[in-house]
Every structure is written in structure tokens, then in C-alpha cells.
Design a protein around this ligand. Structure first.
Ligand code: PLP
Length: 445
């Protein structure tokens, strides 16, 4: 056995990857990264247009964050967070509470986005048991929603391709239609939309509201479900309904948190405050794994009491609140402040929008959507009928391969091609990425 790639094929099994695709082909072996670029072993450069699975915020290996991690490593590498505590976890919790709406006062750490959401679900269920409403045990998710790969989050997910095989393992839950404006089942245009897709929620709550514990949703964009961007008023109406029936609202901002949508958190654009806010990915600017679930004092107090009262939240992970990750997160917040990241964002968002416009002219681009630094194109067989490609046609695969030839790391999701750009991207880099993508997409494969 000689090359690393051969060893890769011999010993590794990659996530969300059909390994057969690489029977005759090597996986892209990344050797190092800097800024928006990934470099392979031969020194070839690729634009990381997907922020390495949506987590890189200030570019790879930002020096301030790197230094924070390094000095933390010299001081305290890891310690359990049960019964002990440490400075980075405390200071980060304080900052997260300050950054998010005042109603969210408590931070519970974990180490990935799935667990951040799983924790919110578990807290909600236990809350209702401990506040005299044990009958509130049903949960609601949204079609095309994605909250992770744990059992609880898969049970509330709405992407059948991901969750189908595990059906026997999953609990039953309610599923609302996706606010998929491009394919609105009610034929509404975004302009005059009255959110008819929320009628099933209104009906469900009217019939069974007192049995429903929580509803989980990705605010403003269903990311893994196909980069489905939807209007803030949908979220406002939905929040109005859950509030009316006392149902917990869980916002999964694992992907959208930390500036990606143009505001620090997507919830700011709707002016809605959830009972639980789930964060990960960009929390450490993508440099180390970490997650946080924020909730209200009311929820916290429902778990607070004498040990014998049995109210403890029995949940935790070995690496919950890991000091290195917490230091990275503090470093990222420092970069936000020092580089005034959010101030520079509107110009980048407008520039990206302008550069993307011409893609709408392509006969195979059915829909072009954007939310902040996230932009997506839905490819269709026929623009006038919106006829979709069959999943087995794998339209994304040749685009991925062509992207590599043009120095772009793309990761099409079925028929949706998207950019999820780091906030540090420059206007010149936006020009280069969109120009290279034009070379890829304007040439029918
Ligand atoms: N929630 C959302 C909205 C996500 O996009 C993801 C991952 O893509 C998750 C949860 C799961 O996060 P993780 O992959 O860190 O478990």
C-alpha cells in the first residue's frame, strides 16, 4: 500500500458519501487551508465555497482564533463540565447570553449540531413533565427540515432520503408542509403570500394543542432540505400560533447562526424569540467542534430544586464545553468585534446578489434564492413547468467534478447548487467564485 489515498479507500468510510463513487477515483486529499482556500497535496487551490460544511466563518486558521486555542492548550486541555467549571466556558456563556435575545438566559453546552437540537427536545419534554403537563409529549417538525442524525432529530427531520432507512427506530411526530415558495402547493407568489401552508399547524393546535410539547424549525432557510429560503412573516405567524397554544418553539440555528444570513442570528430578521436556540457550526468559527442550547430562565427553573425532587437534567457529553472549543468560540467573537465583520457584510451580500443574477438566465436554473451569504440555484429539467430532475439522474455529480477542475469545492445537494461563503470572503473573491461557477454551469454537462 503506497499512497494516502489508497489507505483512505482501505480504512475509511466517509460521511454522507457513496464510497463506490471513489472506486475508480481518489477522494480530494486536502493538505492545508488558509483563508477561503483549501490546498491539496500537489498545492492545487480550491475555493471553499461551502465553508467546509457551513462552519468556517472568518476563513480557515484565522490567526486570532489559532492563538486562542494554542494558549488555552498550554493551560487547560479538557475537563468535565459536571461538577467542575472553567473560565472559557463561563465567559462564553456570558457572551452568548448577551448576544441573543434577553429572554434566553441559560446556556447548555454539547459538541455538535445534532446534540444541540436533541437537548432542546429532551429539555422541552422534561419541562412539561415537571410543570404538571406530562400529557404534552408530542412533537412537530417541518417537511424538508433537517436537525441532525441522532434519533430524536431524525424523528423530527423531513428529508426522507436521509431518514427513511431508520424508520423502525424513529418516534412518530407531526410534520407540517415545507414553506417551499418556489414549489408552493397553493400556487401563491411570495409577494401576496398569506402563509396558507400554516393552516395545518393552526388545525393541529386547535385539535391537539394541549398535547404538543414543542415545534422545531430552521429559521428563514431549510438548509439541508434544499436551501429553501422562506419569508420572515411565515416565522412570525408560526410563532404567534405556538405562543397562543403554549407550545415550545425550538429554533435550530446550527447552520444559520453567527452572521451567515446577514444578521448575527436569523431570528433577528423575524423579531421572534424562541424558547430554545440551538447553535453549533459557526460557534467556534468552524475551528473546533462545539454546540450550545440556549433557553429561558423559566425552563431552567423547572429543573432547579432539591436532588430528591428528581428534576435533574440527565444529559451530558464527555466534551461538553471543551475548553479549547470554548476558547476558539471566544476568539471568534473577538474577531467579529475587531474586524467589524457584521458591518462589512451588507456590501458583500449585495455584491453576491448582483453577481448571481445572470445565473437566472440559464434555461436549467429554475430558481435562484439568497439569504445573506447563502445563495442557491435549483436546477430543473423544464423551467416553464418546473419539472425537477429525478434524484437518480445525479445532476450534481458532474457539476461537482467540473467545479474541482475550475478550482471550486462545490457540494451540490441533488439538483441544488449553492454557495455558503465564509463571511471573510472579499468582493474580488466573490467575483472569481461566481465567474468560475459560470464556466461550470453555463456549459451543459
Ligand atoms: N441542524 C442544522 C440546521 C444543520 O444544518 C445541521 C447540519 O448540517 C445539524 C443540525 C446537525 O449538525 P451536526 O452535523 O453538527 O450534527
Amino acid at each position: 500500500m503506497s499512497t494516502l489515498q489508497e489507505k483512505d479507500k482501505r480504512f475509511l468510510w466517509h460521511p454522507y458519501t457513496q464510497m463506490h463513487d471513489y472506486a475508480q477515483r481518489d477522494l480530494l486529499l486536502i493538505d492545508r487551508a488558509e483563508g477561503i482556500f483549501l490546498f491539496d497535496q500537489e498545492g492545487r487551490r480550491y475555493f471553499d465555497t461551502i465553508s467546509s460544511w457551513w462552519c468556517i466563518v472568518h476563513g480557515h486558521s484565522h490567526p486570532i482564533i489559532t492563538e486562542k486555542i494554542r494558549s488555552q492548550l498550554a493551560r487547560l486541555d479538557q475537563v468535565l463540565l459536571a461538577g467542575t467549571t472553567h473560565e472559557p466556558a463561563i465567559l462564553l456563556a456570558e457572551q452568548l447570553v448577551r448576544l441573543t435575545p434577553p429572554e434566553l438566559t441559560r446556556v447548555f453546552y454539547s459538541d455538535n449540531g445534532s446534540t444541540a437540537c436533541e437537548i432542546a427536545i429532551k429539555m422541552s419534554l422534561q419541562y412539561w413533565r415537571q410543570t404538571g403537563q406530562p400529557g404534552r409529549c408530542q412533537l412537530v417538525g417541518i417537511e424538508r427540515g433537517y436537525h441532525g442524525d441522532t434519533i430524536g432529530t431524525m424523528s423530527l427531520g423531513g428529508v426522507p432520503e436521509f431518514h427513511g432507512p431508520f424508520a423502525p427506530l424513529l418516534f412518530s411526530s407531526h410534520r407540517l408542509p415545507s414553506p417551499y415558495c418556489y414549489r408552493c402547493p397553493f400556487g401563491r407568489e411570495q409577494e401576496g403570500c398569506d402563509c396558507r401552508c400554516l393552516e395545518p399547524l393552526a388545525q393541529l393546535l386547535a385539535e391537539q394543542g394541549a398535547q404538543i410539547a414543542a415545534l422545531i424549525i430552521e429559521p428563514l432557510i431549510q438548509a439541508a432540505g434544499g436551501m429553501i429560503v422562506y419569508p420572515a412573516k411565515y416565522l412570525q405567524k408560526l410563532a404567534g400560533l405556538t405562543k397562543e397554544y403554549g407550545v415550545h418553539l425550538i429554533f435550530d440555528e446550527v447552520a444559520t447562526g453567527f452572521g451567515r444570513t446577514g444578521t448575527m442570528f436569523a431570528l433577528e430578521q423575524a423579531g421572534v424569540v424562541p424558547d430554545f436556540l440551538c447553535l453549533s457550526k459557526g460557534l467556534t468559527a468552524g475551528m473546533l467542534p462545539m454546540a450550545a442550547t440556549l433557553t429561558s430562565e423559566e425552563v431552567f427553573q423547572a429543573f432547579y430544586g432539591d436532588y430528591g425532587a428528581g428534576k435533574t437534567f440527565f444529559h451530558g457529553h464527555t466534551f461538553s464545553g471543551n475548553p479549547l472549543a470554548a476558547a476558539a468560540a471566544l476568539g471568534s467573537l473577538l474577531v467579529f468585534a475587531e474586524e467589524q465583520t457584521m458591518v462589512g457584510l451588507p456590501a458583500k451580500i449585495t455584491h453576491l446578489q448582483a453577481r448571481m443574477r445572470r445565473f437566472a438566465e440559464l434555461p436549467w436554473v429554475g430558481d435562484l434564492r439568497q439569504l445573506g451569504m447563502i445563495t442557491a440555484m435549483e436546477l430543473v429539467k423544464d423551467k416553464s413547468t418546473k419539472a425537477p430532475y429525478d434524484v437518480h439522474e445525479r445532476v450534481g455529480w458532474p457539476i461537482y467534478l467540473a467545479g474541482l477542475k475550475h478550482g471550486l469545492l462545490l457540494r451540490p445537494m441533488g439538483n441544488v447548487i449553492y454557495f455558503w461563503l465564509p463571511l471573510s470572503v472579499t468582493l474580488a473573491e466573490i467575483d472569481e467564485i461566481t465567474e468560475r461557477a459560470w464556466q461550470v454551469l453555463s456549459d451543459p454537462q
